[in-house]
Design a protein around this ligand. Structure first.
Ligand SMILES: Cc1cc2nc3c(=O)[nH]c(=O)nc-3n(C[C@H](O)[C@H](O)[C@H](O)COP(=O)(O)OP(=O)(O)OC[C@H]3O[C@@H](n4cnc5c(N)ncnc54)[C@H](O)[C@@H]3O)c2cc1C
Length: 366
């Protein structure tokens, strides 16, 4: 049993494979479906198989989430909207009234949330708030909020006067909240840039202890980075299956895979995939053991995302020009994987953080 998985996790892997092959691949390929219709059908299928709710329980182990996400991505469907339920994220364990007004409706799918962290490079200062009685008065800008156009509220990093960075819930229908720009990225996901002009929010919308916003965001971000890594190693396997099929296909002078130079490249791809999977699995087990896995989650995310991008590029090279024809699986893969090197922290920043973690704070393992 190469991944040393329990019988329960092997069953989950089977279940996710079945979900992918029985239903999701057909939904992915059905061009007649509108995006909302597809997402709704994906959600129903995922709920019926007990996969949808995995992300909603605080008790789901990192390894369980990895097995589910990796398997779905390995079947080329891990990116479909509607697969997993919204997780509590930063709102985990918020007290009343936020538990009823924001967390519960978000988990039920009645309210959508956006994560507002990234700011425009030319902003004169980070998004900030002054305190006015029972209210925070927020001003500033956020440049890249995925799903922001449809978000009912944002969880935003805000520098609160006298307290420091805090995660603050900002309802998007508040006076003073405006969308400066709506845009789509290469992978097909949709985003919004927000502006806050003296937006008044109740003071209890600041989550957690005053000033611990960055720490709170970073605590959550480790699990999100492991999510990205799981998608990347699943996609890596999917890329390998596309390439394997191409190398074995009969051609006039025999299959491509018979050439030593092609085998050299293919071997390199297999080694990279093996190394990335090993790193991601080790990190999930570390996280589940309750040990600090912040630096390892960074390492796993960086390595898996860089690896899958390298693999897609190598795959295109081996398959040839056909791989770049619109509609070819690898053409779609190029668009999908590129963002992984930027989301939840770009590679260079994360590498610098990793060095700081070890050299200045003595954290991290090899
Ligand atoms: C598809 C997609 C979805 C996203 N969704 C969200 C979202 O929902 N919410 C959100 O808040 N953000 C989101 N982002 C934004 C993403 O987190 C940022 O793009 C990323 O953190 C890089 O920040 P930046 O784009 O502002 O680039 P910059 O910070 O301007 O950095 C540009 C480059 O400069 C270098 N660099 C910058 N700082 C450092 C440093 N300290 N050390 C070393 N090198 C450095 C790196 O090479 C970096 O790639 C999303 C991005 C993408 C592509």
């Amino acid at each position: 049993m190469p991944d040393f998985l329990s019988a329960e996790l092997l069953a989950l892997r089977e279940q996710c494979s079945k979900l992918a092959t029985d239903t999701l691949q057909a939904l992915r390929d059905d061009a007649s479906l509108a995006p909302d219709e597809r997402a709704s059908s994906v959600r129903k299928a995922s709920q019926a198989m007990g996969v949808y709710g995995l992300t909603q329980s605080q008790d789901t182990a990192a390894l369980t989430l990895l097995v589910a996400r990796e398997t779905l991505a390995a079947h080329g469907v891990g990116h479909l909207p509607g697969l997993f339920g919204a997780d509590a994220g930063i709102l985990h364990a918020v007290p009343e009234p936020l538990a009823s007004t924001h967390l519960a409706p978000m988990l039920a799918g009645d309210k959508r949330a956006g994560f507002a962290f990234t700011e425009p490079a030319d902003a004169p200062r980070p998004t900030w708030a002054r305190i006015d009685g029972d209210e925070l008065v927020v001003s500033g800008r956020k440049s890249y909020v995925t799903g922001g156009v449809h978000a009912h509220f944002l969880t935003a990093l805000v520098d609160v006067e006298g307290q420091g960075p805090s995660m603050v819930i900002i309802d998007t229908d508040r006076p003073g909240v405006s969308i400066e720009r709506r845009f789509a990225s290469l992978d097909g996901s949709h985003h919004a840039a927000f502006r806050f002009d003296e937006v008044r929010v109740p003071r209890h919308h600041a989550i957690g202890k005053p000033g611990d916003g960055r720490g709170r965001a970073l605590a959550k971000i480790s699990s999100v980075r492991r999510t990205v890594a799981a998608d990347c190693v699943g996609t890596a396997q999917w890329v390998m299956s596309v390439v394997t099929e191409a190398l074995q296909r009969e051609r006039r002078n025999g299959p491509l895979g018979q050439h030593d130079r092609v085998r050299l490249r293919f071997g390199e791809m297999r080694i990279l995939t093996y190394a990335a999977r090993s790193a991601v699995y080790r990190t999930a087990r570390l996280a589940d053991s309750g040990q600090d896995a912040v630096n390892e989650s960074i390492a796993a995310k960086v390595f898996a995302s860089e690896t899958v991008n390298t693999l897609v590029d190598m795959a295109v090279q081996l398959v040839g020009g056909e791989a770049l024809v619109e509609g070819h699986p690898l053409e779609a893969a190029i668009r999908r994987v590129r963002a992984s090197r930027l989301v939840e922290g770009d590679t260079d920043t994360l590498q610098v953080n990793l060095s700081r973690g070890f050299l200045d704070l003595g954290k991290g393992r090899l």
